[in-house]
Design a protein around this ligand. Structure first.
Ligand SMILES: [Zn+2]
Length: 383
């Protein structure tokens, strides 16, 4: 896993060739696989050493491995992560870091790719004996006419977030006549994804099937509410044909009291945390998501902060520094191996093992209702 994030050391030896498919893209077996190729001058990073791969001829520099590749201004990502996770809006972040709104989103996107890569590498080490609780967090994209459902899976006792995906829903509930007419006018231009909730639940199940497959000696306990979309998706999934002692479903009414003893507490807790810590999800906020893909990028920055940086027991003694990842059973040495480079060394898509939902978030494929096209990512994010 140490290969996931890597930077040239003080000896200026690049860790691998950045070109996908090159024989030196893994861990180069020889030290003479590259040659020096001069320097280039930059305003933000000074003189940057360049190299050339002897096998594929790709030219690259020390910056190629940096999270700031192609950036023109240096930002403290650790501070950005903290402020983004403390309910600061995009425009406030721009004022604080002296960045335009687009540049703020650019840095958030970079941080979200780091989060997705590192979380995907570590998530499989979480204690598989903990029940997994799945439910949707409801917010909106663009306006109140476009509610969304961010389906979450959370490991029960540790409150460690495992997976998240996004679905756009059709607005329902009580509306005035004017609102109904407005919704009709808007919906005439929009194609809603059929069975979006079932699809998002299936993506959550796929991640569990791949990374914590249940077996006769290690059953998966899956806690959900009574949504019929979940049951239909479960029955059609490979999990649905497993014996009941391998995947035990616990069904809880979403109307049950939202107390700590409610089996849905872990997702209710995340619901509360997201409302309080993410500007875009506050009630009656002016900071709501304008783009579903950008919203999910902010979400993943927050999820990595909450899982791996925020202390787990808020009332614990100050010497108790356990994070949610620690409580979930992720060994400290695994986490620390990546922590040191998290804000510096760029995660490569080709070296990250993402789930389907993770890949959609990385590639910004979650569509925004009523907006043509999907989120844009720079070419280097496909490396
Ligand atoms: Zn190469």
């Amino acid at each position: 896993m140490h290969k996931l994030l890597a930077m040239p050391g003080s000896d200026l030896v690049p860790p691998f060739c950045p070109r996908q498919g090159c024989v030196h893209h893994g861990v180069p077996e020889r030290t003479d696989w590259f040659e020096s190729d001069g320097h280039h001058e930059t305003a933000a990073f000074g003189s940057v050493p360049r190299f050339r791969c002897k096998a594929c001829g790709r030219s690259f520099s020390t910056q190629t491995f940096s999270v700031d590749y192609y950036a023109k201004k240096v930002v403290d990502y650790r501070e950005l992560e903290l402020l983004l996770s403390s309910s600061m809006s995009g425009r406030s972040l721009g004022r604080h870091f002296l960045l335009s709104p687009n540049s703020v989103q650019n840095r958030v996107d970079r941080l979200s790719r780091q989060a997705l890569a590192v979380h995907s590498a570590l998530r499989g080490f979480a204690n598989p004996a903990e029940p997994v609780v799945v439910d949707g967090f409801q917010s909106l994209d663009r306006s109140q006419y476009f509610p969304n459902n961010i389906t979450l899976s959370v490991s029960s006792g540790s409150l460690f977030l495992l997976e998240a995906t996004h679905a756009t829903l059709r607005r329902s509930g009580a509306m005035t006549e004017v609102q109904k007419r407005r919704r009709e006018a808007m919906e005439s231009k929009i194609n809603y994804e059929p069975h979006a909730l079932a699809r998002s639940f299936t993506e959550i199940l796929d991640q569990l099937a791949k990374e914590r497959p249940p077996g006769p000696t290690r059953p998966l306990v899956l806690v959900t509410d009574l949504k019929k979309e979940y049951t239909h998706a479960f029955d059609r999934h490979a999990f649905g044909s497993l014996a009941k002692d391998q995947v035990k479903r616990v069904l809880v009414s979403s109307r049950s009291a939202r107390t700590r003893s409610n089996p849905l507490f872990p997702v209710n807790y995340w619901d509360r945390e997201l409302r309080k810590d993410q500007a875009a999800h506050r009630r009656e906020t002016a900071c709501h998501c304008r783009s579903a893909a950008n919203g999910m990028a902010r979400f993943w920055c927050y999820a990595r902060y909450h899982n791996y940086r925020k202390r787990y027991p808020i009332r614990a003694h100050r010497v108790d520094q356990r994070t949610h990842a620690d409580v979930a059973g992720i060994r400290k040495e695994l986490r620390l191996a990546l922590d040191g480079l998290y804000y510096r060394a760029r995660a490569f898509l080709s070296r990250s093992e993402l789930s389907v939902a993770g890949l959609k978030a990385w590639l910004k494929l979650f569509p925004t209702p009523g907006v043509d096209g999907i989120g844009r990512i720079p070419a280097f994010a496909l490396d």
